[in-house]
Design a protein around this ligand. Structure first.
Ligand SMILES: [Zn+2]
Length: 88
């Protein structure tokens, strides 16, 4: 059996200081184990990795959330929660 992969070094050290739901969203966005279309596509849950919330045709991953026309005016963590809620 292989050892578990190390946690990414880019994980913010302040993550434990956040409220739980913000810490969970930050951890998921940092590790890529989120509920966005790109990751759900890799898992075989979504048929396409593209953002279903806008017409951009971009892959829906962390960086896209900041540009997504359907999620303007929100902070990065609240964008993730809103996108997740809109995906159902
Ligand atoms: Zn979008």
């Amino acid at each position: 059996m292989l050892p578990p992969p190390p946690l990414p070094l880019r994980c913010p050290s302040s993550i434990s200081d956040k409220p739980r739901r913000d810490a969970v969203a930050t951890f998921r966005l940092t590790t890529g184990h989120d509920c966005l279309a790109a990751h759900l596509h890799r898992l075989g849950i979504f048929t396409e990795p593209f953002c279903p919330l806008c017409d951009s045709g971009e892959v829906m991953e962390r960086d896209h959330l900041l540009r997504c026309g359907a999620l303007q005016g929100l902070t990065d963590v609240s964008i993730y929660r809103e996108a997740r809620a809109l995906l159902g």
